[in-house]
Design a binder for this molecule. Structure first.
Ligand code: FMN
Ligand code: SF4
Length: 463
């Protein structure tokens, strides 16, 4: 047994085991309700959360309107309805046990509106809100005006300091905790800064200790640090528990609770995770948000990697260096380096004969089918992000002003699909870097899928 004492989270004494919020539909009212029912903390994802029609069926197609701005409005109103619907489900399952949190990605378009309206519409059902992917400086204000606790997700003490100085110092009453998410190990989007090398992971101990030192200086001695990223068995984290250098802690599990009976993740996706091997997860930069993210190297991700490997630089003008013509279409040509011609011809011979420019003066090679799909995805864009590299949509003024980037993809489309039973080969499968541990962990022997209750018992026992 691990000596994990209850602590106060979002105004109530609970077990400090937290379900990490996962969008789209990888944590919902059911999964979070069961975490709370066990006296822990469940987290509903507010990213396009499911809502239901009058027959109780999930509404997948959220807009048929023609203009992107109209589809965007429908996306936001659907996300609000979904968040409220999932909070009601979670509340019913949890009874009065544990705590229910919601999670939002700050870089989503209109994330402020979604959080605000969900908290209002589900008043009393939600106790805390976690938010990362960007600097959620308005989070303190939104949570405080609704009387719920807030939990910024950061990957360094520097990020917390920026948030504190800019906004949080005015809203310290409702700061419930600070989530330290390991940028090298966690699943989903990763908060690596430019100063950090994706190939050189750092020891979390020193970084968490540094965060505690900063929090102490800010007078936040009694605020817990929620440790996330790479947490599997608590027996491996004993030196963080009851340690004055680290202070009060809770642990957030992202990847491990994806395989439970109550997890909304499809059976096919669970099977892929059960069979994953060490090294199957790549930390890469293909997300249209511009952030690093971690996902399983399936067909979808391998093709993005292959496309990137085939990338070559070009110039619009013929120069000494860029002296070889490459036809992009019957009417447009650019100039590439002579040495890159073999690479270009190889791609074309493989059937990747649609050549598309990127915003970085490079080209990549696509198949006709990929290009058709890409155009279709852009036409159907709902403006889910505040800034999208794939479509050039910007929530601020309609466009980023940059060329749409063919090295990325529509994250909304793929996450809606995989979140509702779509292909495990043709969609993005986000996962933490320890996903390979499912295949070695006795809790999942012979493909066994535990209940949330069994998972939490195992976690409490240090297993
Ligand atoms: C499939 C998947 C989706 C995720 N989606 C989100 C998200 O929408 N918002 C967020 O803040 N974190 C998200 N995360 C991160 C988790 O909440 C959690 O912090 C992280 O997975 C912890 O690391 P672990 O995977 O090693 O347990 C996601 C993680 C996974 C695996
Ligand atoms: S194209 Fe970009 S902004 Fe539009 S829905 Fe897809 S990911 Fe979101």
């Amino acid at each position: 047994m691990i000596n994990l004492e209850n602590i106060v989270i979002s105004g109530k004494e609970v077990c400090p085991i937290i379900e990490g919020g996962k969008g789209i539909n990888s944590t919902n009212g059911v999964s979070s309700g069961h975490f709370a029912k066990e006296g822990c903390v469940g987290t509903i994802s507010l990213v396009s959360a499911d809502y239901y029609d009058e027959n109780g069926n999930v509404v997948i197609e959220r807009s048929s309107r023609l203009k992107r701005l109209e589809r965007h409005e429908d996306l936001i109103s659907g996300a609000i309805k979904g968040g409220i619907a999932q909070a009601q489900i979670a509340h019913e399952i949890a009874g009065n046990n544990g705590r229910i949190h919601v999670n939002e990605l700050w870089e989503l378009a209109d994330s402020e509106t979604v959080i605000r309206e969900v908290l209002k519409g589900a008043k009393g059902l939600i106790h805390g809100v976690t938010c990362g992917a960007g600097l959620p400086y308005k989070l303190g204000e939104i949570a405080s005006e609704n009387g719920v606790y807030y939990y910024p997700i950061v990957s360094s003490s520097r990020a917390l300091m920026v948030l504190w100085k800019r906004a949080y110092s005015k809203y310290s009453e409702f700061l419930g905790g600070v989530v330290y998410e390991d940028p090298w190990l966690a699943g989903g989007h990763n908060g690596l800064s430019n100063a950090e090398n994706p190939n050189e992971p750092q020891d979390p101990y020193d970084r968490i200790k540094d965060l505690r030192t900063t929090m102490d200086k800010l007078g936040l001695q009694n605020i817990p640090i929620v440790i996330a990223g790479g947490v599997w068995c608590l027996s491996e984290w004993e030196k963080y528990i009851g340690n004055p250098e680290i202070g009060m802690v809770a642990f957030q599990f992202g990847t491990r609770p994806m395989i439970t009976q109550e997890s909304p993740v499809s059976d096919e996706w669970k099977k892929v995770m059960m069979n994953a091997k060490q090294g199957d997860v790549a930390l890469q930069l293909f997300s249209p948000t511009g952030f690093y993210s971690s996902a399983i190297k399936n067909k979808f991700l391998l093709r993005l990697m292959e496309r990137k490997e085939g990338e070559i630089s070009f110039s619009n003008e013929k120069t000494e260096e860029f002296d070889t013509e490459l036809a992009l279409s019957p009417v447009k040509a650019v100039y590439i380096k002579k040495d890159d011609l073999v690479k270009a011809n190889n791609q074309i011979q493989k059937g990747y004969d649609v050549i598309q420019a990127t915003p970085d003066d490079t080209v990549v090679f696509l198949s006709q089918e990929e290009w058709t799909k890409m155009k279709d995805d852009r036409v159907k864009c709902m403006g889910c992000l505040s800034q999208c590299q794939f479509s050039s949509w910007s929530g601020l003024n309609g466009t980023t002003g940059k060329l749409p980037d063919p090295r990325t993809y529509c994250i909304h489309k793929t996450l809606v699909d995989i979140g509702h039973g779509g292909s495990v080969e043709d969609n993005l499968l986000c996962a933490g870097h320890q996903v390979y541990r499912f295949s070695k962990d006795p809790l999942y022997a012979n493909g066994y899928v535990p209940t949330t209750k069994e998972l939490i018992e195992a976690i409490k026992a240090g297993r």
